[in-house]
Design a protein around this ligand. Structure first.
Ligand SMILES: *[C@@H]1O[C@H](CO)[C@@H](O)[C@H](O)[C@H]1NC(C)=O
Ligand SMILES: *[C@@H]1O[C@H](CO)[C@@H](O)[C@H](O)[C@H]1NC(C)=O
Ligand SMILES: *[C@@H]1O[C@H](CO)[C@@H](O)[C@H](O)[C@H]1NC(C)=O
Ligand SMILES: *[C@@H]1O[C@H](CO)[C@@H](O)[C@H](O)[C@H]1NC(C)=O
Length: 449
């Protein structure tokens, strides 16, 4: 039976099509309304027009598809996000509805091959830690790139077992890191880590793991005199680190905690990492209440400094700015973008600045029950990623790292361990957990391109 020959035939479509048609009519109406009337919401500015105070969409301008996309972004980004205080809690709590949230993240394992066919691959992030004497992959005293404060052994940490664990995904094998294969993959390319000191932790680990595979370990040089851009001479590739605590722009005031975060403007250093072939972003811990309190006078959009803005709403807006930057400036054929998820902390009995400690832990937790609660930062990230055009690979290390309460520097971030006032239960000893993050990165870049 031939149905669609003339417009009137439309009316004879099978009734099961009607919901679809009605849905599209409704959807078009909503989009039309959004374009026509400004619903009085806060509209985010596009990162590239940061300095002007012109709203993203001027009513006098012609709508276009690009503008429509921007408008949808803006509506999405300005929607408030539900949050509650205490999201940095690392205390043990009951398993809640978080499980469903975790399950939703399975989408990160859906991959497309070159012809656009969808392949479901193994979930690398569910599994367990197993003892393996062939680890660590390098020795801390042999690697010049390990920061003093991550070099636990040199600072006197007596136990070594925490370096002898391998992450074993439940449903597949994680291939062992090969520095040579990684360097071949990186030949002529730039690998950049952009984020806070936890990304620096991971960057140093990557340098050590790659260096280990060189026959002549002196074939690494600083590029342009920078300590943070290292070039592997025989592979013409650079491994770079850019400090960007918030990914968005920050106007420093006096003192370490007196600054404004410009939620609608990408970090000005973006010109330096733009064009790198693999970029690993992160941002999370600097959004904690210990740093930003209740969000008073620290967030700026356009010329306006908010007297008070919920920190999680601000976090999501900053992620939106980052996401729009990625969508606008990243050529997916040239650059692969990763976002490394929240790195768990293990302070007992307080926070980093109020006597929290993790000293004396020598074994990973073996019960999922002991894992920290699912942070709101992760929910915000999921929402924003869901809106993006450029595909972002999620390096979802949160859960696997949460087991590793034994792997932080604790007092061994300093050679005079006995005198330290504060323990470090946030960063990781090297060699250690960030090596595993890099094995996962290796897996995603070399084996599952
Ligand atoms: C080294 O890599 C850069 C890109 O990072 C490329 O422009 C340049 O041509 C390469 N040089 C050689 C000698 O291959
Ligand atoms: C290793 O590389 C350095 C720097 O390029 C060079 O000076 C040195 O001669 C090399 N050593 C060997 C054994 O090839
Ligand atoms: C190093 O400096 C040169 C010239 O000053 C510049 O063109 C190049 O982009 C710089 N490389 C990096 C990786 O910053
Ligand atoms: C923070 O910095 C601003 C601008 O530099 C200055 O006016 C203000 O007094 C500073 N506040 C504190 C508490 O230091």
């Amino acid at each position: 039976m031939e149905l669609v020959k003339s417009p009137s035939a439309f009316l004879f479509l099978p009734s099961k099509w009607w919901p679809v048609i009605l849905f599209w009519l409704g959807f078009s109406a909503v989009v039309f309304t959004a374009l026509t009337f400004n619903p009085g919401m806060m509209i985010l500015r596009h990162p590239s027009s940061s300095s002007s105070s012109m709203p993203l969409l001027d009513a006098s301008e012609e709508p276009s598809l690009g503008r429509l996309a921007d408008r949808i972004w803006a509506l999405f980004c300005s929607r408030s996000s539900h949050s509650h205080p205490g999201y940095f809690s690392t205390t043990v709590t009951e398993k809640s509805s978080d499980t469903s949230s975790r399950d939703k993240r399975k989408h990160v394992n859906v991959k497309e091959d070159s012809e656009g066919k969808v392949m479901i691959t193994c979930d690398l992030y569910t599994g367990k830690w197993v003892e393996d004497d062939t680890y660590p992959l390098y020795r801390s005293d042999s690697c010049p790139f390990v920061d003093k404060k991550f070099n636990c052994q040199q600072n006197g940490r007596p136990d070594i077992k925490y370096t002898r664990w391998r992450w074993a995904p439940r449903d597949c094998m994680l291939s062992r890191f090969s520095g040579m294969t990684m360097l071949e993959t990186l030949r002529g390319k730039r690998l950049a880590f952009v984020g806070d000191s936890l990304n620096r932790n991971q960057w140093e680990s990557m340098l050590c793991m790659l260096r280990e595979s060189l026959a002549n370990k002196s074939r690494i040089a600083r590029q342009n005199g920078s300590n943070r851009i290292l070039k592997f001479l025989d592979y013409n590739c650079t491994v770079e680190f850019y400090k960007s605590r918030y990914l968005v722009d920050m106007k420093e005031g006096s003192g370490d905690t007196n600054y404004t975060i410009r939620l609608d403007t990408m970090d000005k250093s973006e010109v330096k990492w733009r064009g790198a072939n693999i970029i690993i972003f992160n941002t999370a811990h600097w959004w904690g209440p210990g740093k930003l309190g209740k969000g008073e006078n620290c967030f700026q959009e356009g010329d306006k400094v908010h007297a008070q803005l919920d920190v999680m709403i601000a976090y999501k807006r900053a992620l939106c700015t980052w996401a729009q930057w990625v969508d606008g400036h990243v050529d997916p054929h040239e650059t692969r973008v990763f976002f490394r998820t929240y790195s768990p902390q293990h302070f007992r009995g307080g926070r980093w600045n109020s006597g929290g400690h993790c000293e004396g832990e020598t074994e990973p937790a073996n019960d999922e029950f002991d894992l920290p609660t699912y942070p709101n930062e992760m929910r915000a990230l999921e929402e924003v990623l869901g809106m993006m055009k450029v595909r972002v690979h999620v390096l979802d290390i949160m859960k696997l790292s949460a087991y590793r309460k034994d792997a932080h520097p604790s007092v061994y971030w300093h050679p005079q361990q006995l005198n330290v006032q504060q323990q470090d239960c946030g960063h990781w000893c090297l060699p250690g957990v960030p090596d595993t993050w890099n094995e996962l990165l290796y897996h995603s870049t070399t084996l599952a391109p």
